[in-house]
Design a protein around this ligand. Sequence first.
Ligand SMILES: Cc1ncc(COP(=O)(O)O)c(C=O)c1O
Length: 343
Amino acid sequence: MLSWGMPENEPATIADLPTPALVIDRPTFNANRVAMDELLPGDKLRPHVKAFKTTALAQQLADDGHRGFCCATPREVEGMVAAGLGHDLLLANESLDVARLGALADQANITVAVDSDATLDAAVAGGVRSVLVDVDVGLPRCGIDPADAGRLADRARHAGLEVRGVMGYEGHLMMVMDPNEKAERVGVSMELLLQASDDVGGDIVSGWGTGTCLTNTWCTEIQAGSYTLMDTDYGKLGLPFELALNVVATVISVSKKGWIIADAGIKSMAMDHGNPTWEHGDVFFLSDEHITLSPTNMNDWKVGDRVRIQPAHIDPTIAKHEQMWMVEGDDVVDRWVVDLRHW
Ligand SMILES: Cc1ncc(COP(=O)(O)O)c(C=O)c1O
């Protein structure tokens, strides 16, 4: 678990941080944990580490009683095992590179999602011991036709694997704003998953995410990760989770024409869900290393000031950083390594 606490020569306050810096407000993160525990206690939540890619953060969730985790890459699974968090890991994604995980089968409980004969064959050849059948519930991404799920499960059992159940990810519905429309469309996805579950067998019906975690009434476990730290996109949904993550930058130039420039560009922040947000004015645009901001009051800003930017999408934002700094107010209280990056 790569967490330091803060030794004496480390930054003491936000003003001391090298920028751009990924900063987590620890009280808000802790409040999000509490809110999720009330909603989905214990094994009803299988947190998805793809959102935060940090074993020190995952350890906190395990301490809360969420002992099983989802991973999106073999690398994430390996990192979780190395950190002693291998109680029940699900690679909730298709991969042909799974011999890496078969090699860990004596050290950890690893289940791999399959949606085709080819991915099942790779699991068998790679020494994987258990699988979930990943079902197409409407997102144009991975997942087998529900009508074919039972056949794949039979083949897996015939090959000697344990089939633990089904999973489905309805990512296309996360940002549906109208609660009634969302409930109806999630219900349609769920019917597909339950139909496959009847044919596949096993105990697990795994799925959904932060954007639909309030809507689920059928899954045995929810795969959510973004709720821990949140972003401005999910912030629009009125979920019981608050934004805990900022990219902190330093003002490096002030223009008399009415804008200021800070040192956090798109190499430090994902833009796939749109511009980030700034509480003291508008975000004009980002380039590689710069963010250009239009402050509500220009007189408030000078070179050297710090700005806190709120990204629209946390997963790819975090993946751009080597570490996250935990803060309480302006005090830096810990540094966590983002140790599950890369592939
Ligand atoms: C397979 C899978 N499950 C669940 C999720 C949900 O994650 P989040 O908490 O970001 O909604 C994702 C997100 O992309 C995913 O790919």
